[in-house]
Design a protein. Structure first.
Length: 193
């Protein structure tokens, strides 16, 4: 009997915690008109945000072709919910600010992490993601490639540099050599940057 009671409390605690970490959606947000697609988008976004606290390589909600760019953004999500000031590990909650339809079953997602204390809101961070419809769900990427699609690109070894107009190649070569030195010291091979 004790086991059943403890199991019931554990399950209830899990679901109440999962509910408290769910994405908040304002009633005026314009979601995709197709309610099934809209629900899939919200479900996938919740899963992505839950997985964002895990190591980047374990997040299966990242668009495979844009892992490197998205890993950079994902690093900003680590411990985003925590507040030292309020001594709360889940003080900041994700709020969906906007969904903008792009081309080819893609959506620009704008979200913020906001905490509320005594009716006063505290903004921690705002993010943009791109949701890509893949099969029957969505995968997410950083908007970095979209925002820099007309920029130029230079690649030295495993280092990719994107720049708008000009780049100092001496600095690029110095950085690449230094990164290679650190990779060798750390015994890391073929690290894309």
């Amino acid at each position: 009997m004790k086991f059943k009671f403890i199991l019931l409390l554990t399950i209830a605690g899990y679901f109440s915690n999962a509910q408290s970490n769910a994405l908040r959606i304002h009633s005026q947000i314009r979601l995709p008109q197709d309610s099934v697609e809209s629900q899939k988008l919200i479900t996938a976004l919740n899963e992505f945000l839950d997985a964002a606290s895990e190591p980047n390589e374990e997040n299966s909600w990242i668009l495979e072709t844009q892992k490197i760019e998205t890993y950079i953004l994902l690093d900003e999500f680590k411990d985003i919910k925590k507040s030292r000031e309020f001594s709360d590990d889940t003080f900041y909650k994700p709020y969906l600010n906007n969904v903008i339809e792009l081309k080819n079953n893609q959506y620009l997602i704008q979200l913020s992490y906001i905490g509320v204390d005594n009716s006063e809101s505290h903004l921690r961070a705002s993010f943009e993601l791109i949701a890509h419809q893949v099969n029957d769900s969505f995968r997410f990427s950083s908007p970095l490639l979209r925002n820099t699609e007309h920029w130029q690109k230079a690649q030295i070894g495993n280092n990719i540099f994107r720049y708008e107009k000009s780049i100092n190649m001496d600095n690029v070569e110095t950085f690449s050599a230094l990164a290679d030195t650190f990779d060798k010291k750390l015994k890391v091979d073929n690290q894309d940057i």
